[in-house]
Design a protein around this ligand. Structure first.
Ligand SMILES: [Zn+2]
Length: 157
């Protein structure tokens, strides 16, 4: 990183801070030659390999549109979808990979979608995991039920 003031080719990092969304790192730097201070923001790129082999940048909007279909008629808002897409991006980035396939994106969607709306989750999972029979639905529902049973009962407000 060249100093923007004197073009000195080196700089010293004096402070690093991760952004609130965890997606970028802001570094305060100081030039050892002129003492000038500047900051840089580093955002790791994240690409998705589609089934066709095409590579494209990760897009929260694509995650939202994929999930939106499964949420039709459900009490899910655009804000919920935006939060879900953010959670998906954070989960995928946390793996440290710069390139993931659509399969991994689908897997990352399942968890937060299940928290958001179980019917939408079942719809999404049935398409994504290519459910072939009623048994597939039954085993997914059984897994949801078992989870409910192991959770503390929700407080009655
Ligand atoms: Zn400088």
């Amino acid at each position: 990183m060249h100093c923007p003031f004197c073009r000195h080719p080196d700089s010293r990092v004096i402070d690093s801070r991760t952004s609130d969304d965890g997606l970028s790192i802001r570094r305060r730097r100081q030039c050892p030659q002129c003492g000038g201070r500047f900051s840089t923001i580093e955002t790791a790129s994240l690409n998705v390999i589609k089934r066709s082999g095409v590579v494209e940048p990760f897009s929260r909007e694509k995650v939202m549109s994929g999930v939106r279909k499964a949420c039709q008629g459900r009490p899910v808002t655009e804000g919920d979808l935006a939060l879900l897409a953010q959670a998906v991006e954070e989960a995928v980035r946390q793996t440290g990979a710069s390139q993931v396939d659509t399969n991994e994106i689908g897997l990352a969607i399942l968890g937060p979608l299940r928290e958001l709306d179980e019917v939408a989750y079942l719809r999404f999972a049935s398409v994504y995991q290519a459910f072939e029979s009623l048994e597939d639905f039954e085993s997914s529902i059984a897994a949801l039920r078992a989870d409910h049973a192991s959770r503390p009962a929700p407080r009655a407000d």
